[in-house]
Design a protein around this ligand. Structure first.
Ligand SMILES: Nc1ncnc2c1ncn2[C@@H]1O[C@H](COP(=O)(O)OP(=O)(O)OP(=O)(O)O)[C@@H](O)[C@H]1O
Ligand SMILES: [Mg+2]
Length: 482
């Protein structure tokens, strides 16, 4: 397997990050060894805290990529897939096994080689639709990690005519890195289909005008794909039989990408199958999806909701960060903590806290926006493997990344939004659990006395009571363990 690594400065604008060592020996036209200058985000620091060193927010694309880098397995859902068929009278097929799809044996072999035993929930319904004859259009939404990418990769691989060496599938992805990720899935799943090739229409990979592209599957970002299709005339649009738009939610957050995608799509032939995927489905995504693919079949899998129901929450009013640290040390001295995540408002505080904890002999992982994406993924992975017992972080990449095995979450600072108001949604993301993981959790909020109104706002928002904890009282701390 080839390795792909990412180097970057700030955590924004994935497409601008430097890329190194991207080599796919088995496939043509891979943009190997190219490097791109990363620019700083140019985003003004937000001064809602007594500290100039504020953390930058991560963007959707970074989160999406990090999730993929650290995810070990399929995310399962307790909800049913909702299906809206374009033609409600046609029968709705669902499969419980990959055999039922009657795939080419080599493709099936690739699927099993990847360790997939049976289709995921969304794949059960999406695959028969995507592989049907005549081909059907599909808009599919389900949360990250539920098997969307694997589903359309399978569809592309099974539609491709391997003996015909020209582009047949176009797959749009919002960033360079995500394009490579999808390419790797194609590579893995198609490992036994020796004549199927992938090419990457991404920045830095610019074959000369009119070159012959033998690859059947072209993956890339909208801007470069437009160039490949029109300026460089590398792709005969009339011969494209599958068009995939992945990560529609991330795509529309990048300026220009929605329009460029529409321009590409407009030039595709009538018989071309259109497939669109998104992890979320706000109105804006929905509007874009239905504008791009009107009259499509639609399938949706509801996201598992986070709840605070089985989380015991406490707060301790403190004067300053030193006192907060003392509170934390007292808790650590008394209860047994398997693994903890500690959230700070700024990089500076996170760094200071990690230094204090290291001095006290803790094994600490520090996650902040100054790390490259690859470094962040590695930090999270080490923590997941239990190599470090404490993860200190700002909001960077902690959002949307599940930390189910953690026994305690400490808000060293409460989450604030840009206006300096309490950010209840982030609070829920930090400490909430999905119903499936019914385990009891523990959350401790260390709050400056002058900011207690923020805590009361959380209580009011969620209609909960957060108990006060006196961290100087050993007996009181002992009680929270149970
Ligand atoms: N049928 C399956 N059985 C087991 N594992 C699977 C199956 N389908 C996908 N996976 C694995 O689950 C993980 C998530 O799958 P995939 O990347 O396709 O999800 P996704 O919905 O596209 O997520 P995202 O929104 O983050 O792109 C991957 O590690 C993938 O290899
Ligand atoms: Mg995906």
């Amino acid at each position: 397997m080839s390795t792909v690594s990412w180097r970057s400065g700030a955590g924004r604008g994935l497409a601008r990050h430097e890329v190194a060592d991207a080599q796919h020996p088995k496939f043509y036209n891979h943009p190997s060894q190219k490097s791109f200058r990363s620019k700083s985000s140019g985003k003004a620091d937000i001064n809602y805290y007594d500290d100039e060193d504020n953390e930058e927010e991560t963007d959707l694309a970074t989160n999406s990529l990090l999730n993929k880098l650290i995810r070990k397995s399929l995310v399962k859902s307790s909800y049913n897939v909702e299906v809206l068929q374009k033609d409600p009278t046609s029968p709705l097929y669902s499969v419980k096994s990959f055999e039922e799809l009657r795939l080419q044996p080599k493709l099936l072999q690739g699927i099993y080689q990847m360790g997939f035993n049976r289709p995921s929930k969304i794949q059960e319904k999406a695959l028969p639709m995507m592989l049907a004859d005549p081909p059907q259009d599909l808009i599919a939404q389900s949360q990250s990690g539920t098997g969307k990418t694997a589903a359309f990769v399978l569809a592309m691989l099974s539609r491709v005519k391997a003996d015909q060496t020209f582009p047949q599938c176009i797959c749009l992805s919002p960033t360079y890195e995500l394009s490579l990720q999808t390419g790797q899935v194609v590579e893995q799943m198609g490992q036994f289909c020796s004549n199927i090739k992938v090419a990457y229409a991404v920045r830095g990979n610019r074959p000369s005008k009119g070159s012959v592209i033998a690859a059947q599957i072209i993956i890339g970002t909208p801007g470069s794909m437009l160039d490949w299709c029109f300026k460089l005339q590398l792709i005969d649009m009339r011969k494209i039989s599958v068009f995939v738009l992945d990560e529609a939610d991330v795509m529309i957050s990048t300026q220009g990408y929605a329009d460029q995608s529409v321009r590409i799509k407009r030039n595709l032939p009538k018989f071309c199958q259109m497939l669109l995927f998104s992890a979320t489905f706000e109105d804006s995504v929905w509007l874009f999806a239905t504008r791009l693919i009107p009259d499509s079949n639609i399938i949706k899998l509801r996201k598992e909701e986070l709840t605070l129901d089985n989380i015991r929450q406490f707060f301790d009013p403190c004067e300053n960060k030193e006192q907060k640290y003392r509170a934390l040390s007292n808790i650590y001295g008394i209860i047994t903590i398997a693994q903890a995540i500690i959230f700070c408002q700024t990089r500076k505080i996170a760094k200071w806290l990690s230094q204090e904890m290291i001095k006290d002999g803790h094994r600490v992982a520090l996650l902040s926006g100054e790390l490259s994406i690859e470094q962040r993924a590695a930090v999270i992975q080490r923590f997941r493997d239990g190599k470090e017992k404490v993860l200190i972080t700002t909001n960077v990449c902690a959002r949307g990344i599940d930390v189910e095995q953690v026994s305690i979450v400490v808000n060293f600072d409460l989450p604030l939004n840009k206006d300096g108001d309490i950010d209840c949604e982030t609070y829920l993301h930090r400490i909430g659990r999905t119903g499936r993981f019914g385990k009891k959790g523990l959350a401790v909020n260390l709050v400056e006395k002058h900011s207690l109104n923020l805590l009361y706002a959380i209580e009011k928002h969620f209609n909960i009571k957060i108990k006060q904890l006196n961290t100087d009282d050993i007996d009181e701390i002992e009680k929270i363990e149970y």
